[in-house]
Design a binder for this molecule. Structure first.
Ligand code: GAR
Length: 196
């Protein structure tokens, strides 16, 4: 059985989708949900599902990313994960950290990468007049929102969409895509999952 740690910063809806998927004959199980924000809504949701939680607050470390990541590593090492899933984890990680977990760490990003790395992806897709948008799961490497693509899901941009309506449509696909990719990845298969 593969051990999965899920890193969050917010409501954790992707974390819930991942955790719910890891039952039955699934080759992985959630062993830790970790947040850098003590108030993240996803922590209570993880606790309600009986998953161990941890908080590694970034704020006491200020600009010292190495100190924050040393604390992160300590919490992760204690849980002995085989796979780390970033699920709305809104901290930029250093190359040292990503190198350490490379090949074992996944991220979901709300755009069709390589388009729109970084923030405000839905507003940027609308501003560009795109007719389709979506989400991508990729292996985490040292470059932000880069690395081998493990899955993508497309959604149409509808007339009258706002960043919020578009985000909702993409998020619904994230909840299908990320569990599908994790299952395949945990089985040792890196063939991209393509949805939509
Ligand atoms: C998701 O849309 C995820 O793709 C995005 O944050 C949201 C988290 O929602 N991640 C990023 O923007 C990473 N740069 P959730 O907490 O409900 O899963």
């Amino acid at each position: 059985m593969k051990r999965v740690a899920i890193l969050i910063s917010g409501s954790g809806s992707n974390m819930v989708a991942l955790a719910r998927s890891m039952t039955g004959d699934h080759p992985a199980r959630p062993v830790l949900v970790l947040s850098n924000r003590p108030g993240a809504g996803g922590l209570a949701r993880a606790e309600a599902m009986g998953i161990p939680t941890a908080v590694v607050d970034h704020r006491p470390h200020g600009k010292d990313r190495a100190a924050f990541e040393a604390a992160l590593d300590a919490a992760l090492d204690a849980a002995r994960p085989d796979i780390i899933c970033l699920a709305g984890f809104m901290r930029i990680l250093t190359p040292e950290f990503t190198r350490r977990w490379q090949g074992r760490m996944l991220n979901i990003h709300p755009s069709l990468l390589p388009k729109y790395r970084g923030l405000d992806t839905h507003a940027r897709a609308l501003a560009a007049g795109d007719t389709e948008h979506g989400c991508t799961v990729h292996e985490v490497t040292a470059e932000l929102d880069d690395g081998p693509i493990l899955g993508r899901a497309r959604v149409p941009v509808e007339p009258g969409d706002t960043p919020e309506t578009l985000a909702d449509r993409v998020l619904a696909m994230e909840h299908l895509l990320y569990p599908a990719v994790l299952r395949r990845f945990a089985e040792g298969d890196r063939t991209p999952v393509l949805l939509g």
